[in-house]
Design a protein around this ligand. Structure first.
Ligand code: NAD
Ligand code: UDP
Length: 337
């Protein structure tokens, strides 16, 4: 049993991680400022005496005693991280400095949730960890991409300079229950649009690719990475190497929901990467890990989650996620399946 700090623990990935760590019998301290996270995501853990939650912004120092730190705090969707880009950079950079300082003082092992965005719009495909990336330092995605790159720099400088035990994961697009319904990410957008029989918004021509990993697979990789020997620091790519175009994803969601939605084209956001697919050779070798959940299976579970969420909102219309409250019949009733 360990005492484990999860920053960003009330978010999508953080809440699944807290759940998983508690199941293994650990004490978990969840720290979050609720910028994109929600207490609802961890409400089911509140009765567990091993679980503690603290409202705190990681851009300020934190003084706690733990054995391990998972640093996940940072908005992850383009809409959210571009909402206050200065705060996004501060969260990545000051947050990393504060959490690394804490790890150094208490001699804790520390994990960083880095991202495939460090590769930018890649000109090497699929991306291996040795690829240095192709990022725009002054674009609208830079607060996130460059913030995460700088955080990686800090992790490796603390490793070399202070002999800190670090684990750096480069996470590729991940989806599943508890994604924020308003975060504008492609999987949540498409599912909600399909459930409501509204047009599916394809940005650009939809030929851009992403590789989608189901959340349970990713969390398994987090735990395995944290448990690797100290001389394995990463960075290691974590994601699903099966690549899909955005159009293929839209079709899969429409089929699974049994929706009447049509596709509608919208402009491609600036700096939107054309292709993204991880080379996970290193994760296979060092973590003995590869994703096990096929896309359609993971999508079904995610569709069920959003279906329940939308139905709940319909019966409790005062809740905040107003833009997704179905106005007519419940989307569940509109569906073919
Ligand atoms: P999320 O937005 O659901 O979770 C982020 C959490 O961090 C939220 O609970 C939010 O309230 C919290 N947070 C933000 N700023 C904070 C601050 N200053 N202090 C304290 N808490 C703060 O996103 P997620 O998808 O769960 O992502 C978690 C981590 O994984 C992020 O660091 C993200 O960059 C990384 N990541 C995620 C993906 C993905 O596909 N989900 C891909 C690559 C990297
Ligand atoms: N996308 C889309 N329609 C949407 C939301 C996103 O076509 O309603 C596209 C987006 O332009 C990008 C891909 O889907 O090419 C993945 O977008 P997301 O925001 O989920 O993640 P990221 O771009 O950070 O990988």
């Amino acid at each position: 049993m360990k005492r484990i700090l999860v920053t960003g623990g009330a978010g999508f990935l953080g809440s699944h991680l807290c759940e998983r760590l508690l199941k293994a019998g650990n004490d978990v301290l969840c720290v979050d400022n609720y910028f994109t996270g929600r207490k609802d995501n961890v409400a089911h853990l509140m009765d567990n005496p091993r679980f503690e939650i603290m409202r705190h912004d990681v851009t300020f120092p934190l003084y706690v005693e733990v054995d391990e730190i998972y640093n996940l705090a940072c908005p992850a969707s383009p809409i959210h991280y571009q909402f206050d880009p200065v705060q996004t950079t501060k969260t990545s950079v000051h947050g990393a400095i504060n959490m690394l300082g804490l790890a150094k003082r208490i001699k804790a092992k520390i994990f960083q949730a880095s991202t495939s965005e460090v590769y930018g719009d890649p000109d090497v495909h699929p991306q291996t960890e040795s690829y240095w990336g192709h990022t725009n330092p002054i674009g609208i995605r830079s607060c996130y991409d460059e913030g995460k790159r700088c955080a990686e720099t800090l992790f490796f400088d603390y490793y070399r300079q202070h002999k800190l035990r670090i684990k750096v994961a480069r996470i590729f697009n991940t989806y599943g229950p508890r994604m924020h319904p308003n975060d504008g990410r492609v999987v949540s957008n498409f599912i909600i649009q399909a459930l409501k029989n509204e047009p599916i918004t394809i940005y650009g021509d939809g030929s851009q690719t992403r590789s989608f990993c189901y959340v349970d697979d990713l969390i398994e990789a987090f735990i395995r990475l944290m448990d690797t020997p100290d001389d394995f620091t990463g960075p290691v790519n974590l994601g699903n190497p099966t690549e899909n175009t955005i159009l293929e994803l839209a079709q899969a969601v429409i089929d699974l929901v049994g929706s009447h939605s049509k596709l509608v084209r919208k402009p491609l956001p600036s700096d939107d990467p054309r292709q993204r697919c991880p080379d996970i050779t290193l994760a296979k070798k060092n973590l003995d890990w590869q994703p096990a959940v096929p896309l359609r299976e993971g999508l079904k579970k995610t569709i069920d989650y959003f279906d329940r969420l939308l139905s709940k909102k319909e019966s409790r219309p005062s809740l905040p996620i107003k833009s997704y409250i179905p106005t007519k019949k419940s989307p569940a009733k509109n569906r073919k399946r």
